[in-house]
Write a protein that binds this ligand. Structure first.
Ligand SMILES: Cc1cc2nc3c(=O)[nH]c(=O)nc-3n(C[C@H](O)[C@H](O)[C@H](O)COP(=O)(O)OP(=O)(O)OC[C@H]3O[C@@H](n4cnc5c(N)ncnc54)[C@H](O)[C@@H]3O)c2cc1C
Ligand code: SF4
Length: 328
């Protein structure tokens, strides 16, 4: 591990000011960043601890809910408003990691956690364009069972590991940011990038920009929502495929719907095409199947992960069936 300095931020402006010098990184719970520092994949000169910044979870006058970026994952998952108004978010968080890690992990850190591609972690023995642009990608012809089927590139086929982000993508969450130029917001669906030829650039954040919070729109029908994660073992494993969905049905027809997928792409994958197909359609298994197939039509399997296409199709259909009260 390389030597580094540690500083504690007193407020968001102070955090941005302190991080504006040297090679700085913000420190949330440290459950991902410290591991990467130990492996010498990350080597900041300065850690700016942002865990004492705003962490409240508050309903706003317009019905939206603002979550401070320093809120611990457990606090969000257990919050009464989140459990009742946005159950998919609560379930997504609880589906991730372990209770101890969720107690430490912050919302800001969860959003920016890095891929779990095993070659990315193998600094000594593997080629990885995300670690060293231009070096090559050992996953393309290697062990790629857990990797992407949508939106990948020859440069990188890694997937985004977060469960929480999949629910936030489905909920149309807005990420609140603060940088040296002031404050701004970004839809969660625009925060993370597809790899293209620069997989080392993972988000649309400006250098030194701080995540200050996440806003959930009112979205009343999100009270009828869920998250399903399919993985190799029932706890302590990342998603092979996951689905976050909310469904609004009136007189047997889909009035509105939100769907996002995890474990399939370099970013949480919002299923815009499936949603578009479902609005106004009869809420039945045939419509759910057609929408899932349309969403996955562009999927491109690697040598070991073709099973994810059928798994994603079935999981979308099963989740929508569950939400519609159907026995799909
Ligand atoms: C064994 C294990 C199993 C896991 N399983 C799962 C799982 O199944 N599902 C899942 O979703 N996750 C899983 N995780 C990952 C876990 O959710 C993340 O490690 C955690 O959410 C990161 O949050 P943190 O606050 O500890 O971030 P940190 O490690 O502190 O930081 C992560 C990144 O975010 C940046 N950052 C932190 N806060 C801010 C901010 N406010 N503004 C800007 N940048 C910021 C840091 O600079 C760093 O780059 C697992 C982790 C471990 C160790
Ligand atoms: S998939 Fe991406 S993270 Fe994994 S080895 Fe290839 S370039 Fe690196």
């Amino acid at each position: 591990m390389r030597p580094f300095r540690y500083a504690r931020a007193s407020d968001p402006a102070d955090a941005v000011r302190q991080a504006g010098v040297a090679q700085a990184k913000y420190l949330g719970g440290g459950t991902n960043l410290v591991d990467l520092m130990r492996e010498t994949i990350e080597g900041p000169e300065l850690l700016v601890d942002v865990t004492s910044l705003p962490a409240a979870i508050e309903e706003q006058a317009d019905g939206s809910v603002l979550i401070g970026a320093a809120a611990r994952n457990t606090a969000v998952a257990e919050h009464r408003t989140i459990r009742t108004r946005y159950p998919m978010l609560s379930r997504a968080i609880v589906a991730g990691a372990s209770p101890q890690i969720r107690n430490m992990a912050t919302v800001g850190g969860n959003l920016l956690q890095r891929t779990r591609c095993s070659y990315f972690y193998d600094e000594a023995g593997s080629s990885c364009n995300k670690r060293h642009p231009g070096q090559g990608c050992d996953a393309v012809a290697g062990f790629n069972r857990n990797h992407a089927i949508l939106g990948a590139s020859p440069a990188c086929v890694a997937v985004h590991p977060s469960d929480m982000c999949v629910a936030l993508a489905a909920l149309d969450a807005e990420v609140r940011l603060r940088g040296s130029g002031g404050a701004r917001s970004l839809p969660l669906t625009d925060l993370h990038r597809l790899p293209g030829d620069r997989p080392d650039i993972e988000t649309m954040l400006e250098p030194g920009e701080l995540i200050t919070g996440v806003a959930l729109p009112a979205l009343p029908f999100a009270a009828r929502s869920t998250y399903r994660k399919v993985r190799d073992r029932s706890s302590y494993a990342f998603a092979l495929v996951s689905v976050a969905a909310a469904l609004d049905i009136e007189h047997g027809q889909v009035r509105d719907v939100r769907i996002a997928l995890g474990g399939v792409a370099h970013k949480p994958w919002r299923a815009w095409r499936a949603e578009e197909m479902l609005r106004g359609r009869k809420a039945d298994e045939a419509a759910f199947t057609a929408a899932a197939q349309a969403e996955l039509a562009d999927a491109e399997p690697l040598s070991q992960n073709g099973f994810k296409i059928e798994l994603a199709r079935r999981t979308i259909v099963a989740v929508l069936g569950e939400l519609s009260g159907d026995a799909a």
